[in-house]
Every structure is written in C-alpha cells, then in structure tokens.
Design a protein around this ligand. Structure first.
Ligand code: NAG
Ligand code: NAG
Ligand code: NAG
Ligand code: NAG
Ligand code: NAG
Ligand code: NAG
Ligand code: NAG
Ligand code: NAG
Length: 806
C-alpha cells in the first residue's frame, strides 16, 4: 500500500514544487509541467540555459518545448522538440511518466512529441551546463540527449555528425555531411534543391576541403574554433575561453557563429560561412536576381517581370507577359542584364559561337526564356528555368531576357539600369523599405536578406537612429539582435572624445600616405590607434557610407576598425591597436638581431597576408582593392600574426571613384604594378603584384624596391620624363626575377633565402613562396588570384591542421 502512495505523493509534491518554486536542474519520473502554470521546467546548474515552454513568434496561444539561453536579451532558443508544430497554450503538458518516457501532450490529449525512452521509474531528466537536455537511466548512463537531434543551432562541444544536421527555421537550408564526407549547405526549397556552399563551381580540394576523412564530425570547441573533419574551420573573431557561443543557420540560409556579450545580453556575429550572400540559393526565388550593391545585397526582378509576393522574395518573380510557341520571332527582343547569370538548369549549351548565333538559338526555341553568353570563349547557355540568379561584377558574361517588343518598350530603361552591377551612385539613395515603381507592378524591394538589412539599417541608424528598425516587419528577432551588436561594436566618436583619448594627439605611432596615426586610450581602457586623415575630399555622407562599409569588415588578418569621427573639417578613423610594429621594421632592420624573424614566423606572415587580401578581393560584399600593399602596411601582433592596415582608404581619398577602375593613383613605388604607369584599368591584380614583391622581400629579408610614396601628380611627371628613375628601379627587380627564374628551372639551390637565418628554413616552403612571388610579378593576365595563392600556401602550412591531399 505504502509502496503505491509514496510515488504518487512524491509526484504530487514535485508537481507542486515545480509549478510554484524555482525550477530544478533534474527531475524524476512523475513530474509534469503545464504550460499555463510556469514556463520553465529545468534550469542548468550555472543558469546559462533554461528548458520549458517558449512562446511561438506570431501567436500568443502557441508554445514550443524548447531550450534557450536564460541570460540572452531575446532568450535565444537553441533547441526545440518539434519545430514544425507548436502546442496549444492552455493545458498542454510536458511530463516524465513512470515508464521514463518524456512526453509532450497537447490540450486535447494527443502526443505532440515524445522521447520514446522506457527505462522505468529511476529515469531522470536534467539540463546540463552545456545546454544538453539528457535523460539518464542511471548516474552513468545517458539514454537520450537533445545534442543528438539539433534544430538550427549547434552549441560548443555538441557534435554535428553523419547522423544529424542543422536546418534553418523554414527547413529550406540545411547543413550536413554529404556522401563524399564534405560539409555542405543545401537549399531544399519547394521547387528546387541545390548545393550552394562550398561553391559548387569548384571541387572539394579547390574549396580547401578533403573528401578522404570519413569520420564526418564537426564541433565547436570552448575557445571558438569550429573544426570539421573535411578541413573546414571557422574561427571566432573573439577567440578565447569564457565566452558563450553558438552556431546557427539563420533565416537567410547562412550559418554564423555568435558570441554572447555577458554585460548586455546581446549577440555579436563572430564568424560567418557564406561571405557572398548571393551564393545562397533560393534567396531571390524563381526568376529573381540577387545583386550586390556597394553596401548590401538586394533582390530584383528582371525587366518585364514582377514580384509574386511583395512580402517574400523567396517566391520570386513572374513575367508580366506570355511567351506562346505560336508567336512569330519578330515579336521578341532581348534585354541585357550585364554580368548577370542564373546558375544551373541549362536548356542547351554551345561553345565558340557568336552572340548573334546564341540569340538566334534562343529566339527559335519557344522554351528558351533567357540565355547567358560569355564573350571570351563564346559560351552560350539557353535557359528554360531561372533560379539562383545573380549579378556579380566580375562575372565574365551577360544574361539576356527574351521579352515581347511591346513589353520591352513599356518597361523603361531606368528599370534596366537598376539591374546593372555595382553602381555607386545608387548606394547613397539607400532605401528605408520597399518601394514600388508607380505605373507598373515591378517592385524593387530591398530588405529581404540579412545583408540587405545590414545595409539599409546602417543608413537608418545614421539618419534616423535606432527606433525605426523595430518597425520593419518581417525581420526575425535574432537578426535584429545580431545587427544591434555589430553596430555597437562600430561607432561614431566625437572629436572631443578622440582628443581626450589621444591626450591631444601626443604619441605619434606613424605617418602614412593618408595621415598621421596616434596612440589613444578609450573610456573603456581599450588601447586604439587613431588615424587623422589629411586629404579627404569626400562629402560627409559619402564618408560615412564608405567608413561604415570598412567598419563591417572583420577578418583576423585585417586591422579592425572600431569607429570614426567626422566633424567639420575633422576626419578620423579609430582602429584596433596592434602590439608589434610593421613588417618592414623586422625585415630590413640589420642592426637589431633581436628582431630577426624566424622562418616559421615569415611563412605565417606570408600566409596571413594572403588570406587577408583574399578576403578583401573575394569575400567582402564590396570587392576592395587595397592599392598600397607593402611591408609598412602589414602590422604584426604579439604572436606575429599579420594584420593588413589601411585597406579601403583608396576610396576615401579619392574624388571620383565611380567604378572599379580607379582613375586616381595611390601606391608606393617599387610595389606598384606596371599597369599603374601604363594607365591601364586597375583591378585586384595590382595587389597581387605588390604582394609578390613583399613575398620576395620576406624570403630574402632585403628591400627589393625603393620606398617612395607617390600621388597621381608624380606619376604624370614621371610619364613625361619617360620614367627614367622609375625604370631603373624596375630593372633591378626584374633582373632579380630573371635570376631567380633560372635558379628555379635549372633546379639549382635556391640561395636567395635570408642569409641571417643561417640555413634554418623550410626548403619546400621557400620554394613555393618564391614560385608564387615570381608568378605574381608576371604580366597581369598571368598573375594568380589572392584566393588561389592563399590556398596554395595553405597546403604547405605545417602549423595548421591540414589534410593529406594526395
Ligand atoms: C506564423 O505566421 C506565418 C505567416 O504569417 C505562418 O506561415 C506560420 O504558420 C505561423 N506560425 C505559427 C506557429 O502559427
Ligand atoms: C489535437 O490538436 C492538434 C492541434 O491542435 C491536432 O493536430 C490533433 O489532430 C488533435 N488530436 C486529436 C486527437 O484531436
Ligand atoms: C519517437 O517515436 C516516434 C514514432 O516512431 C517518432 O515519430 C519520433 O520521432 C520519436 N521521437 C524521438 C525523439 O526520436
Ligand atoms: C547522467 O549521466 C551522465 C553521464 O554518465 C552523468 O554525467 C550525469 O551526472 C548523470 N546525471 C544524473 C542526474 O544522474
Ligand atoms: C579526421 O578528422 C578527425 C576529426 O576532425 C580527426 O580527429 C582525425 O585525425 C582526422 N583523420 C585524418 C586521417 O586526418
Ligand atoms: C558588451 O556590451 C557592453 C555594453 O554595451 C560594451 O561596453 C562592451 O564593449 C561589449 N563587449 C564586447 C566584447 O563587445
Ligand atoms: C549548338 O549545340 C547543339 C547541340 O548541343 C547543336 O545541335 C547546334 O547545331 C549548335 N548550334 C550552333 C549554332 O553551333
Ligand atoms: C503586347 O502585345 C500583346 C499581343 O501582341 C498583348 O496581348 C499585350 O497586352 C501587349 N502588352 C503590352 C504591355 O502592351
């Protein structure tokens, strides 16, 4: 008798305790919690995580059984029992029954979710400090854990394995290990399925992954390293212990690492997988075009098309006309979308044909609604289905839309220019929300993607302050929070604040082409470098816009910008302070043997610099050409990690930066590619050239170039005086290059390595660095990209974990 009464009494007691006293760390069988009693069932011993009923976003009467961060401002959910179906907000219940099954029952008594465990009455359920909800059969036997079935979030120490996957809230985007052992992101929408990360245009090796490790495990450690068995790694920008982190697949299909700021409960983004958001498939829906503008990502509809659902870009665009197979060809024409492409779904593909022939093929096929043509190789791809559309300034082709002639004349030219890539003029007219063109239904709505939100909100922040942000509907709360953190890391300073911080500009750290740098200490004791810009001709608004762009760039090999000041004539930039001096002080200073860089330090610096530049060239939202790569601009941290300074500044001092082709000269003689002088268009390849010179200097430990900084005026006069002085310098370097080339081809000993190292260097690394340097100094079209260089160097990096490729 008493044997029966006792458990009932116990469960009654625990129910009582559970619903009125503070929640427990562990519960035993017979405990239950009703949603309308108390929301929290369990709390982890250190209180970081809570588990219980969490209200569904858009309904007051729907709840999920979830785990969330107790101290985050938005109570960020990290796990949900069944994210598809919430339960009723009245009298739904979670209970650990006497069989040891954890059951979620809806108000009508139906089982919404269950753990399917049945180990009897000694079963316990606890919430651990890691955020793992575990069901124990005994003190040393776990029979079920929430870590095995993640929803959209991975917590430190939780394993992503072959058995599970992460999925975005919509379930359209999934992070999983593929059959070939590679960690991938898949878009699995209602209409199409396609892989978008890592880039499907390259194989695993080219993407820096390996297919040969079949363990299929990815885990975020306590310090902020996310490592995957295929070689992918994401390192938190605030690497270190003691910070609460999570990795989440966001609504926009990207997966990001977040760190919790313990003092205000907000999240900061400290890592991001997909850097170019247009690569996320499904972003702009069917027929939609994803486009980078200088500061953001936006979706547009092609000419003659309109948005299907003005609230949701995922639904895409639909034509305002019909293409019937009986219609005569003459009724159609083509509208060009420069640098546009739609990935995949080709109807036909032909090589080596002319644009006219390609146009004809599309015109004569009634299935063809558009084609992409790449001039160089004469590639022609006709399309019947249009997905994954994007405009990418470097895409070496154009897309053409088939539209009836009367439509094309009706859809005005202005719409069309809206689609061209990267027009800087438009960037200043940033939008507060979507707006529609008056007469027709073609809508240029902007803020669907996270990046788009960043762009628009950044300006909002500047123009109107914070509050409007929260009025933008449809924006997920976590995105708001994440965004808030980004801007709170980057801020505007008053001039007075910086005068105080620098002690009236007392301690000068260095002088550069753009101005003087001073040491400063901010109110929160953070040491910073404050740069007073001299030659800024930009208007206030444009200056802000440029600076906020630079401020958002966050990479471990780039000097971080904390903020800026723009008041009257004053233009200042506030940067992170990098402990050690610039690379030139270590490479070229003969007297100081203390400062001699070891070989492994040199290799690390070369690799870090390549990574930083590759990031600027290939991964930022706006492709940034540094234009002044030299040892003076490569700063070293205490651990001799390279950090590139002064990127993005070419745009600030530049009066008419109307395109990627700079008309203004900025650079340092000896590091400047020949095309500067030859007046050719300037692109990222100028940085590759300069990097080549720096790389040779790292290997040899001596200056191979003179150190004169020049402006456009100097170059002009050089050209007039037939470039005599400049020519001599160039000869010196070029002769050296010839000698080295001979050494490399003849297989002779590479005796160019810094003699001060007394032979202590890695021969393989020195050879590959020299080979890369030589290829960088080649003529423009033959130079490799920074991305390629970084990947090539990485293979020889012996400090890093890297897979054995062959
Ligand atoms: C929330 O609202 C959206 C659209 O308004 C709807 O599709 C979704 O099912 C709703 N979710 C819940 C849990 O009611
Ligand atoms: C109970 O309610 C849920 C949703 O509220 C519904 O899906 C389910 O079919 C209902 N079950 C029964 C047995 O009525
Ligand atoms: C429990 O079993 C049911 C029915 O087989 C299944 O649908 C459900 O996913 C299982 N629950 C868990 C947590 O595995
Ligand atoms: C459950 O099992 C784990 C693993 O053995 C153990 O660390 C934990 O203390 C157990 N919890 C309880 C409440 O017994
Ligand atoms: C495969 O990956 C795992 C997890 O990252 C690692 O521990 C293991 O050493 C790797 N195996 C090989 C052969 O590289
Ligand atoms: C955390 O927030 C506080 C207050 O907003 C801020 O001062 C601090 O810099 C933040 N910490 C980090 C690491 O961003
Ligand atoms: C294009 O390729 C198809 C086969 O894929 C071929 O039949 C056709 O003749 C080609 N067209 C031209 C213009 O070369
Ligand atoms: C274009 O012409 C077609 C018939 O030739 C007609 O159905 C359609 O409405 C016209 N569209 C416009 C925008 O005038």
């Amino acid at each position: 008798m008493s044997g029966l009464v006792y458990p009932i009494l116990l469960s009654f007691l625990s129910l009582l305790l559970c619903s009125c006293a503070s929640p427990w760390h562990t519960i035993s069988t017979g405990t239950s919690l009703q949603v309308d009693h108390e929301k929290v069932l369990l709390i982890s011993p250190d209180t970081t995580f809570s588990c219980g009923f969490y209200p569904s976003g858009n309904s007051t009467n729907a709840f999920y059984f979830s785990i969330w961060f107790t101290h985050a401002t938005d109570k960020t959910v990290v796990w949900t029992a069944d994210p598809r179906f919430p339960v009723n907000g009245q009298r739904s219940m979670i209970s650990l029954n006497h069989d040891g099954n954890l059951v979620l029952t809806d108000v009508n008594g139906s089982t919404a979710w269950e753990s399917n465990t049945s180990w009897g009455k000694h079963t316990t359920v606890s919430l651990l400090d890691t955020g793992n909800l575990v069901i124990n059969a005994s003190a040393d036997k776990i029979i079920w854990q929430s870590f095995d079935s993640p929803t959209n979030t991975l917590l430190p120490t939780q394993h992503l394995t072959r058995e599970n996957r992460l999925a975005s809230h919509s379930d359209y985007h999934r992070l999983y290990f593929d059959n070939d052992n590679v960690l991938r992101l898949l878009y699995n929408g209602p209409e199409i399925t396609s892989i978008y990360w890592p880039s499907p245009d390259y194989n695993a090796l080219q993407n820096g992954r390996t297919r040969f490790n079949s363990s299929k495990i990815a885990v975020l450690d306590q310090e902020g390293n996310f490592l995957s068995s295929d070689g992918f790694r994401m390192i938190a920008s605030d690497l270190g212990l003691g910070i609460k982190r999570r990795i989440t697949i966001d609504y926009d299909g990207n997966f990001r690492m977040y760190s919790l700021n313990a003092s205000n409960g907000n999240w900061a983004i400290t890592g991001e997988a997909v850097q170019q958001m247009c690569y996320v498939h499904g972003l702009c829906g069917r027929n939609g075009i994803c486009e980078y503008s200088p500061r953001r990502v936006s979706c547009t509809c092609p000419p003659g098309y309109k948005m299907i659902d003005p609230e949701n870009w995922n639904k895409g665009c639909t034509p305002t006309f019909r293409i019937d197979c009986g219609q005569p060809y003459e009724e159609f024409t083509f509208i060009k979308v420069p640098h546009g492409d739609f990935y995949g779904f080709d109807l036909t593909s032909n090589t080596s044909i002319s644009l006219e022939e390609c146009t004809k093929i599309c015109l004569e096929s009634c299935l063809c609604i558009s084609f992409t043509y790449k001039g160089g190789e004469g590639l022609c791809y006709t399309k019947n289905l249009l997905y994954n559309g994007q405009v990418f300034p470097y895409f070496p082709g154009d897309n053409y839309f088939k539209v009836p002639k009367n439509v094309s004349s009706a859809s005005s030219a202005s719409k069309h220019t809206g689609i061209t890539a990267c027009s800087p003029e438009r960037s200043t007219v940033m939008l507060v929300s979507a707006y529609s063109k008056n007469s027709d239904n073609i809508t240029w709505a902007y803020f669907y993607t996270f990046a788009a939100i960043l762009g628009a909100v950044e300006l909002l922040f500047i123009i109107t302050g914070w509050y409007v942000l929260f009025k933008m509907h449809n924006m997920p709360k976590s995105v708001e929070e994440g965004y808030k953190m980004i801007t709170s890391q980057f801020r505007r300073f008053t001039y007075r604040e910086l005068v105080e911080a620098t002690g009236k500009f007392k301690e000068e750290l260095g002088k550069g082409g753009n101005g003087v740098v001073y040491r400063g200490i901010l109110g929160d004791k953070k040491v910073v470098a404050v740069k007073k810009l001299t030659d800024v001709r930009k208007g206030e608004e444009e200056f802000w816009a440029e600076v906020t762009l630079i401020g958002r760039i966050n990479h471990m090999n780039l000097v971080r910008m904390y903020g800026f000041c723009s008041e009257g004539q004053h233009r200042l930039l506030v940067y992170e302070f990098v402990e050690n001096e610039s690379l030139n002080r270590y490479l070229f200073d003969d007297r100081d043997t203390e400062r001699l860089l070891s070989w492994s330090q040199r290799f690390k610096i070369a690799l870090g610099t390549a990574r930083g530049l590759a990031y600027l060239h290939h991964e930022c939202l706006e492709w940034i050409v540094h234009c002044d790569v030299k040892p003076e601009n490569i700063l070293l941290t205490r651990e001799f990690e390279a950090k590139i300074a002064d990127f993005g500044l070419s745009k600030l001092s530049n009066r008419d930066s109307s395109s990627l082709n700079f008309t203004h000269m900025r650079g340092t003689m000896g590091y400047m590619a020949p095309e500067w002088v030859l007046n050719l268009p300037i692109d990222a390849k100028v940085d590759v050239y300069s990097y080549g010179v720096v790389l040779l200097e790292i290997v040899t430990g001596s200056r191979l170039s003179s150190e004169v900084t020049v402006g456009k005026e100097d170059i002009d006069s050089l050209q007039i005086s037939s470039g005599e002085t400049e020519g001599r310098e160039e000869m010196g370097l070029m002769q050296f290059v010839q000698v080295v080339k001979q050494m490399l081809t003849s297989g002779a000993d590479l005796d160019i390595v810094d003699a001060r190292l007394k032979g202590h260097f890695n021969h393989e690394q020195a050879t590959v660095m020299t080979k890369i340097a030589i290829s960088c100094l080649d003529e423009r079209s033959k130079r490799p990209t920074m991305d390629q260089i970084a990947k090539d160097l990485m293979v020889y990096d012996d400090e890093d974990y890297h897979p054995a490729y062959f």
